[in-house]
Design a binder for this molecule. Structure first.
Ligand SMILES: [Zn+2]
Length: 419
């Protein structure tokens, strides 16, 4: 045995040094993979989305691993805090917000974390900034996540569609979601301090937890691409590119569901979602609900119908017939007072079951069970307008690209880049 192979103190030291270097570099690499930088932080304000996090809070928790700054109209100079001086609990008292032990004047304050522009709000990680707007009584605040469009979409797509679906389906979903939120921002956001909610009322947004490599690929590959349609005056505009989970066999004209009419939001035949979904998902089980809770929930949302007394009968007043099935679009509610009123079927559905998880669509038949209503022969999931998400996956499995999928579900639309 040669002396050079004998372990010596020198060899042992070299081994320990190499081991430590390996450990340090491995942990460094790990961190770099975990924290993807937030793109578009220098985007113009027209491409920032304001997501309502909480409407009326007395306190909240904000954490940032990086340093952060506080700015606002009442803050003479931007106040900077170093990493580790996390804001922690944020409270309001006498109309002033307390952040990291300091009171700030002003009705609107913004916390901007430093690179990689990530903060944690009440336990969830988000990108961008967080703005606080104090109410007129000075005892509650609204919290809004200000986030550029592309990182916003990274937090939406994985919450709206399984991240392991076909890349073309994820890309189609991204372009539809980008179009939808820009439309809502330009249409409704101008009249309020926020653009969208983080729930299915708009698009589900979960921040960092919904991100994945496949979702970021879909966002990056479709960067700035949105759908346009022709207006009556010949100009081209973006439109609310609605989408829903599974149409049940035919998508629905938006006029019948949301009351608006855009050329690409007509119904199209969809033989593609059925094979993507499980039969128990495509055909939903009978849903029974007592008349008392129907009355309570419908009146809560539509108080003008209170003159009906108790809802005694629900009659399908208008259906769109697709041969194999039909979708109820208008219902007549007959009350104990003898009076009756009309409601869009989709509005009734979401009044009775705001989650939409039981009364899953308006493709149903209504049966009167005495003190209850039963909704039978249900199929599909969601409002059925615009892109059918399961159908998009079905088309992608057949090798169709994102543009084909979008032109199929939004006929007459055109895809263009806004940046
Ligand atoms: Zn479908």
């Amino acid at each position: 045995m040669s002396t050079t192979t004998k372990p010596t103190l020198k060899h042992a030291l070299i081994f320990v040094v190499i081991f430590i270097v390996c450990l340090l570099s491995a942990s460094g690499c790990g961190q770099r993979q975990l924290v993807r930088p937030t793109p578009q932080m220098d985007a113009p304000s027209e491409f920032w989305i304001r997501v309502l996090l909480v409407r009326r809070a007395g306190s909240c928790t904000v954490k940032a691993a990086s340093g952060f700054s506080v700015s606002g109209a009442g803050v003479s100079n931007q106040v900077r805090f170093g990493a580790g001086e996390g804001p922690g609990k944020i409270e309001i008292s006498d109309g002033r917000i307390r952040i990291a032990g300091r009171y700030f004047e002003g009705k609107r304050l913004t916390i901007t974390p430093e690179r990689p522009y990530i903060f944690n709000f009440n336990g969830d990680d988000y990108r961008g900034k967080v703005e606080f707007i104090i109410n007129s009584e000075g005892n509650r605040f609204m919290a809004i996540n200000l986030v550029p469009l592309e990182p916003y979409l990274a937090g939406v797509i994985g919450a709206e569609m399984p991240h392991y679906w076909e890349p073309a389906a994820l890309e189609a979903q991204t372009i539809a979601a980008r179009t939808y939120c820009l439309y809502i921002k330009n249409r409704h956001g101008v009249n309020r301090s926020w653009d969208v909610k983080k729930t299915a009322a708009n698009q589900v947004y979960k921040g960092l937890v919904a991100e994945s490599a496949s979702v970021w690929d879909a966002v990056n590959r479709t960067k700035g691409r949105v759908l346009f349609c022709r207006q009556a005056d010949g100009t081209e505009e973006i439109f609310p590119a609605y989408y829903s989970s599974a149409c049940g066999g035919h998508t629905e004209n938006s006029k019948n569901v949301f009351g608006d009419s855009f050329e690409p939001l007509v119904g199209v035949k969809c033989p593609y979602c059925r094979k993507v979904t499980k039969p128990t998902f495509f055909f939903w089980p009978m849903f029974e609900v007592d008349k008392e809770s129907v009355t309570k929930n419908v009146f809560k949302r539509y108080p003008k119908l209170e003159n009906l007394g108790e809802v005694k009968q629900i009659i399908s007043a208008k259906e769109v017939d697709y041969k194999e099935f039909s979708r109820v679009v208008l219902v007549k509610l007959v009350g104990s007072s003898g009076k009756s009123g009309f409601l869009r079927a989709e509005d009734m559905r979401l009044s009775i079951d705001p989650t939409g998880n039981k009364l899953r669509s308006t493709i149903f038949q209504i049966a009167d069970m005495g003190d209850r209503f039963a909704f039978l022969s249900g199929r599909g999931y969601g409002h059925g307008v615009g892109m059918c998400q399961c159908g998009a996956q079905g088309l992608a499995r057949r090798g169709r690209g994102a543009d084909y999928i979008l032109y199929y579900y939004y006929p007459g639309s055109k895809i263009s880049r806004v940046y």
